[in-house]
Design a protein around this ligand. Structure first.
Ligand SMILES: Cc1cc2nc3c(=O)[nH]c(=O)nc-3n(C[C@H](O)[C@H](O)[C@H](O)COP(=O)(O)OP(=O)(O)OC[C@H]3O[C@@H](n4cnc5c(N)ncnc54)[C@H](O)[C@@H]3O)c2cc1C
Length: 480
């Protein structure tokens, strides 16, 4: 006798959380599988090194095949929303127009998506960073922008209570106050109130699509496991979802699987000032560029900083030179350049199922990066910085694509109903469905698309999102 769930959701990030909540609320019996561990505000590691090692895939050391780009992605209950900054922006017309032109999919528009944004935002505490939240790093950013006549805007974060002046900067290792609006403290918590079951440390290796049943294979605590769902929702993020489908042999029917991988490569630029900046105190990020010229040129700037371990990794070299650099930690200000990458990469696997990610920076990408870095240099120089260090390390935080949504199964993986082409019982609505890099923080749009997907999935089951699913007998004999 085996349990059959209405839905098995693989992955617990922004996508998995929203889908779990909407399906559970409609009365479905849902099991969520997550490869990472379950943590809470009380148990998140408080040391930078331990946080990277225990909350990220490969300890935060996933790289492209040429080792030119470093990819960070969460492996913990709550996924990327546990280790991210929770900056929540809607996409603009420019991003949606590009997606519509690439895919021919009409719902990619601000007007169609606004209802879904409204819906997910109604579950989140949102805070626009105000002047009283700024630390000296943010003040310098604004002073520089004003001096150089460039437009900036406050960032909007998902946070409920980050204390006076956002007095804590440990968000990237998991929020110790349950303030950051991760999927763990928002949608997953609410889904659990509607009966969501969760299994953590369950690493999915294969998804087998049957006529009436999807079988999900994996391992948990060193033992082989398999679970069954009438339908399966793959929400493992760009790399995770693509890897699971590749390992399950979906590429035979879907040649586009693994293509269109993008990541908004980011460059940290650190300036040394005579004054004490203490960028590690107060709000970690508060302001962004809003200059239309930058959007046209394919880059954006945000004030940002990092803990001492991360900063030390950004500076090449070792010994006295490195030591002297780190002694100036309190005098550092930092602005990151993030580009809207023009050159898509590919996601593949080797014979052992390990990821092989090809992603290079082509000339068009370097033009965008260098244009942004030049602006940062001008800005810091206008403020009298002693020195500006351009870190050679390129980091991909927003991982997108691999299972693109589109109309044609020859070059896309998921159809307009978020169903994998020719596999009607498997759905995807996470960052892997993105057809290109939007150049905007992606999480809120991942959630809005997941909300839209949940409506399609419920409609496909013959239920409107406000009616209740009548779950079939939960326990039946299974012969996979
Ligand atoms: C340091 C950092 C800062 C960021 N800051 C921001 C920000 O401020 N704003 C913003 O919009 N975005 C930000 N992002 C990006 C954002 O977090 C991601 O785009 C988002 O989390 C992707 O959501 P997702 O649901 O597609 O996948 P994920 O959040 O990656 O969730 C996928 C989940 O699936 C699990 N999984 C994968 N494979 C398997 C498997 N085989 N078996 C079982 N489980 C599996 C993973 O462990 C993971 O928990 C940041 C990212 C990083 C790393």
């Amino acid at each position: 006798m085996a349990d059959i769930y209405d839905f098995v959701i693989i992955g617990s990030g922004p996508s998995g959380g929203v889908l779990a909540y909407n399906l559970c609320k409609a009365g479905a019996r849902v099991l969520m599988l997550e490869a990472g561990k379950a943590h809470s505000a009380k148990t998140f590691p408080r040391n930078e090194m331990t946080a990277n090692a225990s909350l990220m895939w490969s300890g935060g050391m996933d790289t492209s095949t040429d080792a030119g780009l470093l990819f960070l992605r969460g492996k913990v209950l709550g996924g990327g929303s546990i280790i991210n900054q929770c900056l929540l922006d809607r996409f603009d017309d420019n991003a949606f127009d590009d997606w519509r032109a690439r895919t021919g999919v009409d719902f990619y528009s601000s007007s169609t998506m606004s209802r879904h944004y409204d819906e997910v935002e109604s579950h989140l505490a949102l805070h626009t960073m105000e002047k009283c939240d700024w630390n000296r790093n943010a003040e310098l950013y604004v002073e520089g922008f004003d001096k150089c006549g460039m437009e900036w805007a406050p960032l909007r974060r998902g946070q409920s209570n980050c204390g006076q002046g956002n007095d804590c900067v440990v968000c990237l290792g998991g929020c110790p106050r349950d303030s950051k609006q991760s999927s763990l403290v928002t949608f997953i918590k609410k889904a659990q109130q509607h009966g969501l079951e969760i299994e953590t440390e369950f690493n999915v290796s294969q998804i087998i699509h049957g006529t009436n049943l999807v079988t999900v294979y994996g391992d948990q605590y060193g033992a082989a496991r398999q679970v069954y769902g009438r339908r399966c929702i793959v929400a493992g993020g760009a790399l995770g979802s693509t890897q699971m489908l590749l390992k399950s042999g979906f590429k035979d029917k879907l040649p586009g699987l693994g293509s269109n991988f993008t990541c908004h490569p980011q460059f940290m630029n650190i300036a040394l000032f005579d004054e004490i900046v203490d960028a590690h105190k107060g709000a970690f990020q508060s302001v962004k560029s809003q200059d239309p010229r930058f959007r046209q040129q394919g880059f954006k700037l945000e004030n940002v900083f990092a803990g001492p371990i991360a900063v030390s990794l950004l500076k090449p070299g070792f010994g006295l030179d490195h030591q002297r650099f780190m002694q100036k930690y309190r005098n550092m200000a930092c602005i990151e350049v993030a580009i809207r990458d023009a050159t898509a990469g590919t996601i593949n696997i080797d014979k052992s199922g390990r990821l092989k990610i090809k992603k290079t920076m082509a000339d068009a990408d370097w033009q965008r990066a260098n244009a942004g870095i030049r602006v940062v240099e001008t800005l810091f120089n206008s403020l009298g910085a002693r020195d500006v260090m351009k870190s050679p390390i390129k980091i991909g935080l927003h991982l997108m694509g691999g299972c693109t949504l589109g109309k044609d199964g020859r070059n896309s993986v998921v159809n307009e109903h978020f169903q994998v082409h020719d596999h009607p019982n498997v759905f995807i609505a996470d960052s892997s469905i993105f057809p290109s890099a939007p150049g905007i923080n992606p999480s809120l749009s991942i959630m809005a698309l997941a909300h839209k997907a949940s409506e399609h999935i419920l409609a496909e089951c013959g239920v409107s999102s406000t009616a209740k699913i009548k779950s079939k007998s939960p326990v039946v004999e299974v012969q996979p």
